[in-house]
Design a protein around this ligand. Sequence first.
Ligand code: NAP
Length: 299
Amino acid sequence: MLTGMHVAVIGGDARQLEVVRKLIELDAKLTLIGFEQLDHGFMGASKEQIDEVDFSTVDAMILPVPGTNAEGQVETIFSNEKVILTEEILAETPEHCTIFSGISNDYLDQLVKSTNKRLVKLFERDDVAIYNSVPTVEGTIMMVIQHTDITIHDSNVVVLGLGRVGMSVARTFSALGAHVKVGARKSEHIARIKEMGLTPFHLSDLDKEVCDIDVCINTIPHLIVTASVISKMPPHTLIVDLASKPGGTDFRYAEKRGIKALLAPGLPGIVAPKTAGQIVANVMSQLLLEQLQQREENS
Ligand code: NAP
């Protein structure tokens, strides 16, 4: 239980509501900032404006998945209040106060550095990335169904990258009956692809491997689906690029060649916001419980 722990939840979308629910269940003391338009009156959580909060009692601060923007503004879907996370706010928090966000940027990195705070970037954690790969794959299946006129079963699918998303994508498309080839550059990845019963190839051979495919799913956050690769694909090929913006596809050339190429960011939050929220909530609450336990042991 998180009894006695004061957590400030600052902004966010539907995913953050799952975090709030979980923390209430664990009996944390919650201050919600940037939620005044939310109809749901969470019992045991107080909605406050950022300038009303006494941050000197805050043990942990939870930011939305993107953290802040480049100017320090926090996204607040449930409020018109302009919420800016400043150095003064962080400096007011106790020494042990931990900041949680999905990812970070230069602004947030600089802020935690100058105030000597610990920042936990949840989306860099393997557990969160692996759990998140499940709704990502489901969103990918949805996109492939929507944008092709063939079944996934018996289709030829190339997956690029055998990381946390690539592995889940490859395994699931194979389970749906697709003929899945996976491109990677490390010999251990090639071995793993073979062990999974899929067809491996080295990324240096990508040009040769795409001439008979129906779908190309990229998870590599570097330009890999180049104009040269696209020029070898059949005209009906669908490219779904899952890699973070700007993706790994030459979208300009794909459009010129008349090949449908879709950049598909943020699928978990789109297809399964509740699950995506629960993934963050479960991992975060575990980390908060560990933080509380450590503080109790040290005191
Ligand atoms: P990951 O575990 O780090 O996997 C990345 C893969 O890309 C690895 O196989 C890696 O291989 C390969 N790779 C990286 N740089 C490469 C390069 N220059 N050349 C060749 N291969 C390279 O990451 P992940 O968790 O699977 O996520 C993959 C991408 O999807 C990220 O950009 C992530 O932000 C994004 N994502 C998108 C969604 C969505 O909804 N669209 C959801 C979750 C994640 P090596 O090991 O050889 O480097």
